[in-house]
Design a protein around this ligand. Structure first.
Ligand code: P1T
Length: 390
């Protein structure tokens, strides 16, 4: 087509409604939504196809066994595992993460209780994604927004927050959760100093797990048509896994809830799992040095610990092999699913939550230079001969 010669433009629709416009596929978003906040949720679930093959996993699509090296940790070689891994793509929420859900829910609840009124300022301690969800809602609803975030979190999150009109206060990554310099205490100090300001507080706010109990879990149940054997999710505040886990266990008590906690964090049980000497880890959004109120550890059947390097390689593999443009904690969740795979029986379905997306990490684990700078690029335990075990 020659734009400089529009008269040459020869294409034209061959019918009013092309057969390619399968109107049955238009979901309820064919109607005009009141605002972008109403596009939160209803995220797609996608089967993993290529990754199961490369790990000797028989999956519902390929129905063929691939005897290849298994991976990560002390697995037997040439295992044939029968799991059906399905990913919930939470990074496809409008703000880019699973946390859009709780941001909208916490604001709705606060408005209904009269705690949040026009002219108020929302202040929130966050590792970034909850902040982005709140800043997006504040932009739509006209609230001012101050996000308090540890320095560890990516610049990409900062740029997104700034674009949404949020003010950002950074706190030292090494500050303990109860330190006066930490992101929680800093938020509280700001709230005392700023009139008409509200901390919705994702760490204690019941709207956090309830957003997942009422919404995310029901979506997963319906999308899987009730066929779920395992749910695997990373834990930060624990709202996602607690809300989804509690609902799914009500719907099907035999479901197993698997939580993912990075080495260096203390969320996992039993406590012996948390003996790592690590104080710092790069994966963002999961793991803490305290137990958030909203985390219901009774719902969790097993905790899996993961490390940075393997998590980032797993995320890069989700991107490269499955086209899922996900973030670092998504790799942690995939890893946990693979680590439990050897204990699964025929055709069990594993749902993996992919909490955020590539946008937050373009200059971090997506960059080979960044991976190289942390010695993650050529992890010895992941290389066999001259090729990745992946
Ligand atoms: C706690 C926050 N995020 C949680 C989070 C999680 C964990 O979600 P929780 O529902 O908080 O357990 C996993 N992955 C990413 C990338 C995340 O950002 C936050 O954005 O303030």
């Amino acid at each position: 087509l020659r734009p400089d010669k529009p008269s040459q433009c020869t294409w034209k629709p061959n019918a009013l409604h092309s057969p390619h416009t399968d109107r049955s596929k238009l979901n309820d978003r064919k109607k005009v939504l009141p605002d972008i906040l109403h596009a939160i949720g209803q995220t797609p679930m996608v089967r993993l196809n290529n990754i199961p093959k490369s790990f000797g996993i028989k999956c519902e699509i390929c129905k063929c066994n691939f005897t290849k090296y298994f991976l990560v940790g002390n697995f037997d070689m040439n295992l044939i595992i029968n799991i059906i891994p399905v990913a919930k793509c939470e990074y496809m929420n409008p703000g880019g993460s699973v946390k859009d859900r709780i941001a909208f829910r916490m604001i709705q609840d606060a408005e209904e209780k009269g705690l949040l009124k026009p002219g108020c300022t929302i202040i929130e301690p966050t590792s970034g994604n909850t902040g982005i969800g709140l800043a997006m809602a504040a932009a739509v609803k006209g609230y001012k927004c101050i996000i308090v975030m540890p320095e560890k979190m990516s610049n990409e999150k900062v740029y997104t927050l700034r674009s949404l009109g949020a003010e950002i206060v950074r706190t030292p990554t090494e500050a303990a959760w109860n330190s006066p310099e930490g992101h929680i205490a800093t938020s509280q100090k700001l709230q005392k100093d700023i009139p008409d300001s509200v901390i919705l507080d994702q760490y204690t706010n019941t709207g956090n797990p309830l957003a997942h109990y009422d919404q995310t879990a029901v979506e997963i149940w319906e999308q899987c048509e009730g066929k779920i054997d395992y749910l695997v999710a990373g834990a930060g505040t624990g709202g996602t896994i607690s809300g989804i886990g509690r609902k799914l266990k009500e719907l099907s008590p035999n479901i197993k809830i698997i939580a993912v906690d990075p080495e260096g964090s203390i969320l996992a049980e039993p406590p012996e799992l948390n003996n790592s000497p690590l104080q710092y880890y790069d994966v963002e959004g999961i793991g803490y040095d305290f137990i958030p109120t909203v985390l219901d550890r009774k719902v969790i059947d097993k905790w899996i610990k993961t490390t940075d390097g393997e998590s980032f390689h797993a995320s890069r593999k989700l991107i490269r092999d499955e086209g899922l443009l996900c973030g670092g904690s998504s790799g942690s969740a995939l890893l946990a699913a693979l680590k439990i795979a050897k204990n699964l029986s025929q055709d069990q379905r594993v749902v993996i939550i992919l909490p955020d997306g590539i946008r937050n990490y373009m200059t971090k684990f997506i960059s080979d230079a960044w991976m190289e700078s942390r010695n993650f690029l050529n992890l010895p335990q992941l290389i066999k001969g001259n090729e990745w075990w992946w």
